[in-house]
Design a protein around this ligand. Structure first.
Ligand SMILES: Cc1ncc(COP(=O)(O)O)c(C=O)c1O
Length: 403
């Protein structure tokens, strides 16, 4: 990237951000499949270990292909913001979340979050952290008065962890208001920006301290690699203790997956525009169907978080969920009838993906627990793809129960 020619368009930055001229003039960043890097002399090795000379040493610590992906995402998350961020690429979204949590929380601390969270994050908070004497406080963070009461009463709460829009219910929380509240009580804030991507939402704009992504999803965009990233604007923390912890935990990404991620991100803007346009039309179609009890899409005025989404997102996103009136069996029948749309649990790919939490991801979760999280038996989660809208609607229409 040429710093004397700052790019004014988000899409241009997605194409060129993070790229450095290759010493051998390769057009695309090479896949640096090398576990270690050579020193010209012992003295050079000494200077690199000492941090007096920049340069790669060992790929768990850093790798040129990973650097390009890290710098591209950091540039996109700070686009047109007067700040700089550092990104650390991880082997998965969960690895990035783990580094974030372990870098900040110690025994006796508490972390506050909300009900609807990605299942893996929910399990880390509820099942792993308590073993380290770190307790989760789960509340509806859309209720700001109640949230402030909790923070006021409990100084052990050290971190606020947000996911918006949240998996799988598409609930949104207000980044600006919660960021302000967290600062008032000296909490570190973090946001999982996987569903929105930096194209639709920039949590740093609202004073959020850290961002995590499962890059497996829209950033990669094609379902070809698992990955994650942790970003922060406190550069001395990110380059110091956070980098050290990440290197020790060993959840580093690999260069081939980073290469796929870089290629995917170049088309993020045009993919997201099409995903979101299709999602709005699909949501309106589903809302008009007699067999559908409810559509959860923040683009619809009927969604309780519609205004929050409008305030902080460019478009309401590609993810929606809807509830079939017939419950569990109608969810199963609907899934089995799909022809073009794909039955799978992930999201963020070009093709339309649907999952039925009650028979898949949340099959073993007790009913009362599921309902607390808004997951009912007839709920279908959908990643609206970039196919032609008519084909998506045709497939959904033929799979929905006839009245
Ligand atoms: C919102 C969100 N965050 C984090 C993750 C975890 O990411 P990964 O599967 O890449 O570890 C997921 C996975 O589905 C997710 O949907």
């Amino acid at each position: 990237m040429n710093k004397s020619f700052p790019l004014t368009g988000w899409g241009s930055l997605a194409v060129h951000g993070g790229h450095k001229k290759d010493p051998l003039y390769a057009h695309q960043v090479p896949i640096y499949a090398s576990s270690s890097y050579v020193f010209d002399t012992a003295e050079q090795g000494m200077r690199r270990f000492d941090g007096k000379e920049e340069g790669y040493i060992y790929s768990r610590w850093g790798n040129p292909t990973l650097t390009e992906a890290e710098e591209k995402i950091a540039a996109l998350e700070t686009f047109q913001l007067d700040m700089e961020a550092k990104g650390i690429l991880h082997a998965s979204g969960m690895a990035a979340i783990t580094t974030l949590l372990l870098a900040h929380l110690k025994p006796g601390d508490k972390i506050i979050s909300h009900y609807s969270l990605y299942g893996g994050t929910n399990d880390i908070l509820g099942k792993v952290l308590p073993g380290l004497q770190i307790s989760p406080v789960i509340s509806d963070l859309r209720d700001l008065t109640k949230t402030e009461d909790i923070l006021k009463a409990d100084p052990a709460i050290k971190m606020m962890y947000l996911e918006t829009p949240a998996n799988p219910t598409i609930q949104c929380v207000d980044l600006e208001e919660l960021g302000r509240l967290a600062k008032k009580y000296n909490l570190v804030t973090a946001c999982d920006n996987t569903f929105a991507t930096p194209y639709l939402q920039q949590p740093f704009r609202y004073g959020i301290d850290f961002i995590v992504h499962s890059t497996t999803k829209f950033l990669n965009g094609h379902g070809t690699a698992i990955g994650g990233i942790l970003l922060g604007t406190d550069l001395s923390f990110m380059n110091g203790p956070c980098t050290k912890l990440h290197r020790l935990l060993g959840g580093n990404a690999n260069p081939f997956d980073a290469f796929l991620l870089i290629q995917g991100m170049k088309t993020l803007e045009i993919r997201m525009d099409r995903h979101c346009r299709n999602a709005m039309e699909v949501a309106a179609f589903l809302e008009a169907q007699p067999s559908v009890a409810r559509v959860n899409y923040t683009g619809l005025a009927s969604h309780p978080d519609h205004h929050t989404a409008l305030k902080q997102m460019r478009h309401p996103g590609a993810m929606l969920s809807f509830e079939l009136k017939g419950g569990l069996q109608s969810g199963i029948d609907f899934m089995n009838k799909l022809q073009m749309c794909v039955r799978t649990v992930s999201l963020g790919t070009c093709d339309t993906l649907l999952s039925h939490p009650a028979s898949m991801t949340h099959y073993s979760v007790p009913k009362e627990e599921k309902e607390k999280y808004g997951i009912t038996d007839g709920l279908i989660r959908m990643n609206v793809g970039i196919e032609n809208l008519a084909d998506i609607i045709h497939d959904l229409g033929q799979a929905l129960p006839a009245d």
